[in-house]
Structure formats: structure tokens, C-alpha cells
Design a protein around this ligand. Structure first.
Ligand code: UDP
Ligand code: MG
Length: 318
């Protein structure tokens, strides 16, 4: 199979028929062997009914229905797991991403041998204040932190080699950082393509301003994980040990001071009178805790399970 199109959706029933017809037109004109995987992320507006109809009429249309709303990342992950195409395309269901981009994305992956191509909505049709300006700042921060020179991390339209989607695990709200996750897995031929963007035709956006706050926190997590995620002992263990040694030396100093003062004739010396006592105490406790955090982290990695974080209610044509 040439192409898998993975489409996560939450309450987009008005767009689905139109989106399908548009994709179909593009697929037929290029004669691709393809599949469309719709992942219904807990819609309550009857989106699933539309997917059921489409999938009963067309065997290329496949459906996954989540038990409830788990978020776009989980939906993409479920779609990635089932995708059979040599090239996997993700796009939003709201008709903001243009299916006519697919052939060029496909060629970039197959002919130019890119691992991943991320869309860039250079000219956007979204609200300037709530989206465009925060998005510029957000992307700047993401570029600096991740070292990936992409202009538009949030773009839903992306293309991947099949091996890439099978190698990354997308959880939480990490869908914005799939290119970073891919880079961490060693896929470094990552490119960008300017894509057409449309204004939302039906329904409304599912992500408010919170996306930038959450997005930024995720960015910190991801840059930390990419550095130390596989070896927590190297940071926690190091700082824990240093801290503990510092505490121990301070305690030694207090003890030595006490002995010295007693030896020159002082009557009783209380170690608690010395501020270093508290510093030493805190440093030793923190040191042990940091060390344990590193140790537990290592244990967790060793016993890491591949447990799924979502429940599927129903599958169609899969
Ligand atoms: N979406 C989803 N689960 C969610 C939120 C959104 O599957 O919890 C889908 C949504 O239906 C759409 C895509 O993710 O297909 C992008 O969402 P939206 O268009 O609201 O984001 P925006 O274009 O405003 O960035
Ligand atoms: Mg949208």
C-alpha cells in the first residue's frame, strides 16, 4: 500500500463527507493504493455514524472509535499502530488541511527519501491575536529548545515514512513534537514544506490558548526526556551524590568545630547553634532523595511496559 491517511477527529461530523470526497479525488487522480483511517476521539455529535456509513461503502475507509475523548496524541498513536502505507500522512478533519498537498508530500518521502516532512502554514487563516502571534513565539521557543529548525510545530499535516510512525510513541499532548520524538529515535532527515491552509469551515477549534501553556510545559519535558529520559541516574544520581558529599563534609566540619572548642575549654557546645548544622542536614536529605529519584527512574525504565493508554470501543475494516 502506498499511503495511509490518519485523521484524528473530535466532533467534526459536518466535514467528514466533504473531506472524504476531496481525498478520494486526489487519490484517484494519482492512482495510489491507499487507506483512510479515521480515529473518532470520543465525538458526541454523530461523527461516528458518518464514519460507519463511509466505511461500509468504501473498503479504503477504516475507523477506530475511542471509548471516550483521550486527545489528539492518543488518536494519532492508535492510527499509527494500524497504518500500512509506505507513507503515512496525518491531517486534521476540519478541512483546514488541503488533501491536494498529499502527492508532493508523498514524493518528498519516497523520491527524496525524507523520514518526515512537516507542514508549514505560512499563510494562516486563523485568529491573529489568539493564534497567530502566540504561535510565532511558541514556535521560536520550540525551535530553540529542540534544535529542530521547523516553523510550524502545530501543523496537523505531516508526512512520515512508515518506520517512523512505528518507532515513536505519541502520548499526553506530544503530537506537536512528533518530529522531535522522531529525531530522538535517530531519524534525522526531517524537512518542511509550505502548505495551503484554509479557514475552518464547520464547527470550532478544540484547542484554546491553553495549547501554548501546555505546549511549553511539554517542550520542557521533551527536552529533558531527550537528554536524560533513558539515563535518569546520570542527572539525579550525580546531583544527589554531590549534594550528599557536601552535607557530609559540612557535618564533619561541625563535628570538628565542636571537638576543637571543647578541647580549648568550652563547657557545652550545641551543634544546633551552628547554622551549618541545618545546611548539612538538608543537603544530606536532599542528596539521598535525588539519588533515589534517579534509582527509581532507572528501575522504571527497566520494567517499562508497553501498556496502552486508551481503550477502543470499536474498529471498522481493520
Ligand atoms: N482533535 C481530536 N481530539 C481532541 C481535539 C482535537 O482528535 O481532543 C482533532 C480535531 O477534530 C481536528 C484536529 O484534532 O481534526 C485539530 O483540531 P483543531 O482543528 O480544533 O485545532 P486547530 O486547527 O484549532 O489548531
Ligand atoms: Mg483546525
Amino acid at each position: 500500500m502506498d499511503i495511509s491517511i490518519v485523521i484524528p477527529l473530535l466532533n467534526e461530523k459536518d466535514s467528514l463527507q466533504e473531506l472524504y470526497a476531496w481525498i478520494l479525488k486526489v487519490m484517484q487522480s494519482h492512482q495510489y493504493a491507499y487507506e483512510i483511517i479515521f480515529i473518532d476521539d470520543g465525538s458526541t455529535d454523530g461523527s461516528w455514524k458518518v464514519i460507519e456509513e463511509l466505511s461500509s461503502e468504501h473498503k479504503e475507509v477504516k475507523g477506530i472509535r475511542f471509548q471516550r475523548n483521550y486527545g489528539k496524541s492518543q488518536a494519532l498513536d492508535a492510527g499509527f499502530e494500524k497504518a500500512n502505507g509506505a507513507v503515512v500522512i496525518t491531517m486534521d478533519a476540519d478541512l483546514q488541511d488541503n488533501p491536494e498537498e498529499i502527492p508532493e508530500l508523498y514524493d518528498l518521502i519516497i523520491k527524496e527519501d525524507f523520514d518526515l516532512i512537516s507542514g508549514w502554514k505560512k499563510k494562516r487563516y486563523d485568529n491573529v491575536i489568539t493564534k497567530n502571534i502566540p504561535s510565532k513565539l511558541f514556535n521560536l521557543a520550540a525551535r530553540k529548545t529542540s534544535g529542530l529548525k521547523l516553523h510550524d510545530f502545530n501543523c496537523g499535516l505531516k508526512a512520515y515514512k512508515n518506520t517512523v510512525v512505528k518507532s515513536v510513541k505519541v502520548s499526553g499532548e506530544m503530537h506537536r513534537y512528533i518530529p522531535v520524538l522522531a529525531k530522538n529515535e535517530g531519524f534525522d532527515k526531517i524537512g518542511e514544506k509550505v502548505v495551503q491552509h484554509q479557514a475552518r469551515k464547520y464547527g470550532e477549534t478544540k484547542f484554546g490558548m491553553s495549547r501554548f501553556i501546555n505546549g511549553f510545559l511539554d517542550l520542557i519535558t521533551i527536552s529533558f526526556l531527550s537528554k536524560f529520559g533513558k539515563r535518569p541516574m546520570h542527572i539525579f544520581g550525580l546531583w544527589g551524590t554531590l549534594m550528599f558529599i557536601f552535607g557530609l563534609l559540612s557535618a564533619g566540619y561541625i563535628g570538628a568545630m565542636k571537638l576543637y572548642k571543647l578541647s580549648v575549654g568550652a563547657k557545652t557546645i550545641l551543634v544546633t547553634d551552628n547554622p551549618w548544622f541545618y545546611i548539612a542536614l538538608t543537603a544530606m536529605i536532599l542528596g539521598v532523595q535525588l539519588f533515589l529519584a534517579g534509582f527509581i527512574g532507572e528501575l522504571l525504565i527497566k520494567t517499562k511496559s508497553n501498556e496502552k493508554h486508551y481503550k477502543i470501543r470499536q474498529n471498522l475494516n481493520l
